[in-house]
Design a protein around this ligand. Structure first.
Ligand SMILES: *Cc1c(COP(=O)(O)O)cnc(C)c1O
Length: 368
């Protein structure tokens, strides 16, 4: 179809390349034992109670879902000690990022975020005719709030802070975020993407929820895709004060989230002990893997998530290929311009053993 029919902004979008699907690796390499550690999914899956609730919901698929997810918002409100009006439920946090673009970005507005980071901020900005302003992370791969502050102009509309950051797994101190929020001018809105906040184990860490309670002006984004193992059903949520969320509610499609997804998310919240157990396993496996990576001379940089960001001190593309041949799918960071880094999701102990064995074989061959 003629490209002149396209909206101008769409032309600049580059489709997101997700981790290689298991089916492709089976076909290309002829192996069946495959472990995919490329997309930060939870290898434990959703809680069995969430599975039951979703099965039950299938029978009601002929009914439209509850439009604003009232029941789910009430459960979230109770859990976070906020009001149900302070939540907007989306078809994954990713779609909320798209909707934030629709709600806030006028043509020519500048949107600032760190680089490397989650690519959706860029897409959502470009598709609205906004101007992405990409500020490099610090040498330690952390969001550089001083440089971001300097990049703010009178045309800035949004600042995205991905905390913990994907793909680097690094976090900012909550005090650093607060002092940044205090300096941000009133024409700028901060979006704190906390897709991995459930994995932060520091006890006194102040999350977006705490900052919203302290009346800081921001939107926090969260998801059921990572810790709760519901990436396939798509549920995410935005938290903020009512006035800030109003335009987001205005652009949100009426039946944004399907019945099955809502049922799964509600049941996950009703059974917190399951996700607590998953979290414990991920934390202990992260510690175990750190030691192994260190033994091979890799530099473990960011671990505040269900993935690890590591400098493998060699061509990461080659190591990734060698791992693929052994049935392991990991994420290279070359698309972000990082040639020696990999992002590897923390799997189950069995999956991680598969990975450790494969790395051992590859590294021993290299050292002959
Ligand atoms: C996974 C991820 C999301 C999107 O989560 P969904 O709810 O699955 O759309 C948002 N932000 C970051 C940083 C992520 O890694």
């Amino acid at each position: 179809m003629a490209k002149n029919l396209w909206r101008k902004e769409i032309d600049q979008l580059t489709p997101y390349v997700p981790g290689k699907p298991i089916e492709d690796v089976k076909r290309e390499y002829g192996i069946t034992d495959i472990t995919r550690l490329a997309s930060n999914e939870s290898p434990y899956g959703p809680s069995p109670k969430a599975v039951d609730a979703m099965k039950e919901a299938v029978h009601k698929s002929w009914l439209y879902p509850e439009p604003t997810c009232r029941n789910l918002r009430e459960k979230l409100a109770t859990r976070h000690d906020l009001s149900p009006e302070q939540f907007v439920i989306g078809n994954g946090a990713d779609h909320l990022i798209t909707l934030i673009g629709h709600a806030f970005i006028n043509k020519g507005d500048e949107v600032i975020y760190g680089m490397p980071t989650f690519m959706s901020y860029r897409e959502s900005t470009l598709s609205m005719g906004g101007i992405p302003v990409e500020v490099p992370l610090t040498d330690d791969f952390v969001y550089d709030l001083d440089a971001i502050e300097e990049a703010i102009t009178e045309n800035t509309k949004l600042v995205y802070i991905c905390n913990p950051n994907n793909p680097t797994g690094t976090i900012l101190d909550s005090d650093q975020i607060v002092s940044f929020l205090e300096k941000v001018p009133s024409h700028v809105l901060v979006i704190l993407d906390e897709a991995y906040i459930d994995f932060i184990t520091e006890k006194d860490y102040r999350t977006g929820v705490e900052l919203i309670k302290e009346d800081h002006r921001l939107i926090s984004l969260r998801t059921f895709s990572k810790l709760h193992g519901l990436a396939g059903t798509r549920v995410g949520f935005a938290i903020g004060n009512e006035e800030i969320l109003a335009p987001l509610k205005a652009v949100r499609p009426t039946f944004e989230v399907n019945r099955i997804a809502i049922a799964g998310a509600e049941a996950s919240l009703d059974n917190p002990s399951y996700s607590e157990k998953v979290l414990e396993k991920i934390v202990s496996e992260t510690e175990r893997l750190s030691k192994v990576y260190n033994d091979y001379g890799f530099d473990v940089i960011g671990t505040h998530a269900n993935f690890m960001f590591i400098d493998v001190k060699q061509d990461a593309g080659e190591l990734m290929e060698a791992l693929l041949k052994k049935g392991l799918i990991v994420r290279p960071c070359a698309p972000w311009g990082l040639k020696t880094h990999l992002r590897i999701t923390v799997g189950t102990p069995e999956q991680n053993n598969h990975l450790i064995e494969a790395i051992k074989d590859i590294m021993e061959l290299e050292n002959i």
